[in-house]
Design a protein around this ligand. Sequence first.
Ligand SMILES: Nc1ncnc2c1ncn2[C@@H]1O[C@H](COP(=O)(O)OP(=O)(O)OP(=O)(O)O)[C@@H](O)[C@H]1O
Ligand SMILES: O=C(O)C1=C[C@@H](O)[C@@H](O)[C@H](O)C1
Ligand SMILES: [Mg+2]
Length: 172
Amino acid sequence: MKVVLVGFMGSGKTTVSRLLGQKMNLPVTDLDDVIVEQAGPIPVIFETNGETFFRQIEHDLLLECLDQEGILATGGGTPIREDNVAALTDDDALVVLLKANPETAVARVDNDPNRPLLKEDFSTKHVQEMIDARAEHYQNVCDMQIQTDAYTPDEIAEMIIREVVDREREVG
Ligand SMILES: Nc1ncnc2c1ncn2[C@@H]1O[C@H](COP(=O)(O)OP(=O)(O)OP(=O)(O)O)[C@@H](O)[C@H]1O
Ligand SMILES: O=C(O)C1=C[C@@H](O)[C@@H](O)[C@H](O)C1
Ligand SMILES: [Mg+2]
């Protein structure tokens, strides 16, 4: 069983993945954590080598992570590369898009310095523009989507588990 969470920064991928891992008794991997383990802090990678270099590391490690069963939380920008979209859609994982309104995302990420793409502009307008620019990629990659603003992480994890159970029942 494999569940992959995608969505913008602050949509809750990391938080919900951990809950899903506990509830489903499955290992949890966070792509951002794997990147940090292998290549150092994300803001430093952006500053030293730039975003394209970061995206290549992210791509290589995504492919490694997809070899394992369990819950995978991706980075907020993982679906912006077409080869990542292809890898995710070709995989048999349930890919869940977590969505959050820009106001919610801004409130949740709260000037966190570990998100270099928001370092200079944490405004709702900027976040809305980034979400709009990525919307098609997020849509192309997902099997189900959840608008998270009004739900707790626990409620969101339960929605995903219900979907997993329903799909397993359909397969038989
Ligand atoms: N449904 C929710 N309701 C309230 N707070 C939430 C919810 N989901 C996440 N949060 C909070 O929002 C913050 C960001 O969540 P999280 O780190 O899980 O997002 P993320 O999608 O992994 O972001 P990134 O792409 O930057 O890694 C955390 O402080 C978390 O506790
Ligand atoms: O939305 C993005 O492009 C990013 C989100 C984070 O999860 C990190 O992967 C990194 O800061 C880039
Ligand atoms: Mg995360």
